[in-house]
Design a protein around this ligand. Sequence first.
Ligand SMILES: [Zn+2]
Length: 63
Amino acid sequence: MPARDFFHSVMRIGPVQIGTHRDRHGQTKHAAVCSNDGCGWSADYTSQSAAQLAARTHRCKVR
Ligand SMILES: [Zn+2]
């Protein structure tokens, strides 16, 4: 599991946590991260609404 000390979780939709972090350019990114072990899905978005949409449409293969 990758280190997520930078990850500040602000919201949870199903198994997916949404949080903010800064990339190496200092820009705030909105990340959606699936918390299910064995899934490992995560993605960065430039807006929280985009991250929320991705979280809602994420089809987790782990149940
Ligand atoms: Zn998942």
